[in-house]
Write a protein that binds this ligand. Structure first.
Ligand SMILES: [Zn+2]
Length: 107
């Protein structure tokens, strides 16, 4: 019987083989901000064991974005905070835009 408690997402729950990376990942974006006004993006992964063929899914990491920093939670519970580094820097420094289309558009 596989253990009930799974410590690491990339370990096969069936035979214990470590899998390099998920065959597929996708994001789940929580529509509601948390207590600090941040949006939580959960990165889900789908794994296939190369040894026994077992398939499972789980949370790869969590990203909290909003305010002045971005927080990324890794699979071991490690949290990485990113302050000023933003992949796309816009004119308004503090705003991180997440695909919101209902903003006022001014020509
Ligand atoms: Zn396996």
């Amino acid at each position: 019987m596989p253990k009930r408690k799974q410590k690491e997402i990339d370990i096969c729950p069936n035979c214990g083989t470590k899998v390099d990376k998920p065959v597929k990942t996708w994001n789940l974006v929580s529509p509601l901000p948390d207590a600090e006004g941040r949006i939580t993006i959960t990165v889900m992964g789908s794994y296939v064991c190369p040894n026994c063929g077992y398939k499972w899914r789980g949370v790869v990491s969590k990203i909290k974005a909003g305010g002045s920093s971005v927080e990324i939670q890794g699979k071991n519970g490690t949290v990485k905070k990113i302050g000023d580094e933003k992949p796309e820097k816009r004119d308004e420094g503090e705003i991180i835009e997440l695909d919101l289309s209902d903003l006022d558009e001014e020509e």
